[in-house]
Ligand binder design. Structure first.
Ligand SMILES: [Zn+2]
Length: 124
């Protein structure tokens, strides 16, 4: 393991140099506001809109997200989009069936058939 060099930066609060690894807490900028509202992380149950959201499972309209999700479960459907990422080790890797040169040659041949000129025509 290497030795960390002590890097210093000029503090805009006091004008002194501080180590970036040991910056005084009272010389930090305050975290930027995430919202103008006092409670920015409230997630409402209201869907909004005039007539609510149409549910294709039971044919009714819902104003409530939780009621909509319950109707989805009750009708035997699955709400997609909130899944956790899967283990990528089971994913197949992509192995192209043709080489890059073959694709390039095919594109050039097609462009030539249609009388389209392309720069030098060499694979970069
Ligand atoms: Zn400072």
């Amino acid at each position: 393991m290497g030795v960390l060099k002590d890097r210093r930066r000029l503090c805009r609060h006091c004008g002194e140099l501080h180590s970036v690894f040991d910056w005084p807490d009272n010389h930090r900028d305050p975290a930027p506001a995430r919202s103008d509202h006092p409670a920015p992380f409230v997630i409402r149950d209201d869907i909004g809109g005039i007539n609510g959201l149409f549910h294709h499972g039971d044919g009714k309209r819902y104003d409530s997200k939780s009621a909509y999700r319950q109707a989805t479960r009750d009708s035997g459907c699955i709400e997609a989009g909130g899944e956790r990422p899967q283990d990528r080790s089971s994913f197949r890797s992509f192995e192209p069936q043709v080489s890059e040169q073959e694709v390039f040659a095919d594109v050039c041949r097609t462009l030539a058939e249609h009388d389209v000129s392309v720069g030098s025509g060499e694979l970069v």
